[in-house]
Design a protein around this ligand. Sequence first.
Ligand SMILES: [Zn+2]
Ligand SMILES: [Zn+2]
Length: 453
Amino acid sequence: MTEKPKVLVTIAPQIPEEQFTRNKIPSRSKLYGFVPCESGTVWQESLTSYLNRLAWHHHVFPQHLVAEVVVPRLCHSYSRPQIAKFCQRDAMGVNGNGPLAQEWASILENLTRRSDLRFLTLRWWVGDLLPRKLLRGKPAWCPACFAEWKDQEKPIYEPLLWGCQPVTVCLKHHRKLESHCPCCQRPQHVIRLHAPLDQCARCNAWLGSEAKAEPVPEDIEWQRWVIQILEELHLAAVSAGIPPWEQFFTNMSTSGFARGEQSRLADLTGLARGQLATWLRRSHTPTLGSILEFCYACNVTPLQVLLGDLAPLKQVIVEGKPHRPPHARRSRRVFDREQCLERIRSILDGREEPLGYVQLAQQLGYRGHTLLHHFPQECAQLSKQIKEYRRQKAEQRVEGIREEVRQAVLVLHAQGVYPSHRKVVERIAHPTLMRHPEARTFRLALCRDLGWN
Ligand SMILES: [Zn+2]
Ligand SMILES: [Zn+2]
């Protein structure tokens, strides 16, 4: 005990020696508390993304970390099958604004000794709003963001906004967020079992893509506004806090709208007959999406209404027209059978790159399984085609690996040198290739063929 402090003082001379007595060493964190991605910006990481990456930092599988370290600290106990089910389906609530998110954030803050993990949940964006339809049920992602981060060797993570239901587009790449694997068409687990965040948990396909997607111009203006509003709420929440949402409805019902003005306002902003009245009577609480759509048409921000500024609403009533056409009304689309069938045929005939039916539906502006409902046979063909396409791609990749290993082995063999694993690694352009089991087996088989024992 007498020598240790001296060594430490040499390493860190700015810290007084007395600090290193046994009792004064600050307590250690159980887990390594690295900095979350894009803290404090609109691209801020979600808590479940952080949790997944936390597990990988400790070289354990995310669901195992949850089972071993988080669950024993929760108020409720979970059995193993319940943990798996929670991680796959229900864990999105960990990013939300309810007690579940608060409990998980607090446990992870204790484990990592960080005090900022609570900000990775939506409580710090939307306060106490009703959680219904606030979060998606399963993760969503922008394939172009994954590709860009991979290319730039940046950490792969999921921004909190990608999980927020009203956010449907990546504004950086102007493409719709994906929620189904391009290969097997299945959604992803919230807390992964084995796969990293950019890999499908079911079929191991990479979820990123450098391919250009169809732009979605009609959504861009709306989405830009949605994200701007969420940012405004977030800034207010972390600085002064936002008032309880009850205030939003109280302010509107006490605003002195004359008889009939409320229903005119509802009509102008695309709400169903009597819907606004149910909000104001408090017999129905709208979702974040409905509030955003209402405010969008009136050119007012939810924060303005929360703080009692109702002038833009009165202006809409006086002018007799909404500031912008209501988003919900504009985006309701009639199903264009001909257009859909033309795109499907174009893909099946090879005039376009293979594409899953969910991705195609989303490109065409419909919900994920719309095409499957209308064209079940064609969709089965699309699935078969993309599976075959992916299989061929994987085969080409393996053939590329083999060719590189073959060249290295043959050169060493010609020099009379045994083509050992290390020697081959030194010669190939991409040394990480030799981590691939296929490359190892292939080198051994080639050595045997060349007569090396
Ligand atoms: Zn993107
Ligand atoms: Zn998949």
